[in-house]
Write a new protein. Structure first.
Length: 203
């Protein structure tokens, strides 16, 4: 009786080890794969646990199919996300509206190609500069008021700003909107030239 009880306890422990190893995940599952197959072989070698071995083998096969399906779904999702991101970048860069992402001090963190063209500079050279440096002195105060209002109202705030391009010194009247950046700290600003306004040059 003791021998039978010992065998039963041993078989239960063996099966528990096999289940734990076969249900492992990630790097630990890969590291334990050889040991798991060894346990499975031990189970299959004993008539009293052969059925358990078949059940575990089936469980392992099902688990492998699930992992393969999940891997394929993740691959498709990654491709879809990369395609969507590339599309959004194209839309952002080629939008007719100048778009800026600035911090709380109006320092440029990101901008689209339309915005860089409007400011008359290469985009990479504009990151880290303040948008205020392209505004007339009176409009610096207007921009600061816009950002404060956007921060407190948690909605878009609009005003007119006069923007001075760096290359030709022309001043353009722009309709501006500002709102909090949903992606984090800072603000999103959009600028579009006011209809009927003519560029002016600063002497």
């Amino acid at each position: 009786m003791k021998t039978i009880a010992h065998d039963a306890n041993g078989n239960a422990a063996l099966r528990s080890r096999a289940v734990a190893q076969l249900k492992g995940s990630g790097a630990q599952a890969q590291a334990d794969s050889s040991a798991a197959l060894g346990v499975l072989y031990d189970l299959a070698s004993s008539p009293s646990t052969a059925a358990d071995a078949l059940a575990l083998l089936h469980e392992l096969q099902v688990h492998q199919v699930e992992v393969d399906l999940q891997s394929e779904e993740l691959r498709h999702s990654r491709i879809e996300l990369e395609t969507s991101l590339a599309r959004q970048v194209q839309l952002y860069d080629n939008a007719p509206v100048a778009q800026f992402a600035v911090d709380g001090e109006a320092v440029l963190r990101e901008l689209n190609l339309t915005a860089a063209s409007l400011l008359g500079c290469e985009r990479d050279s504009l990151r880290g500069r303040s948008l205020e440096s392209f505004l007339t002195p009176d409009d610096v105060a207007t921009l600061r008021m816009m950002l404060r209002s956007a921060a407190h109202a948690a909605r878009s705030v609009c005003a007119d700003l006069h923007l001075k391009a760096e290359q030709d010194g022309q001043v353009r009247c722009m309709h501006a909107s500002a709102c909090l950046d949903p992606a984090g700290e800072g603000f999103l600003i959009g600028l579009i030239e006011a209809i009927g306004s003519a560029p002016a040059a600063i002497a």
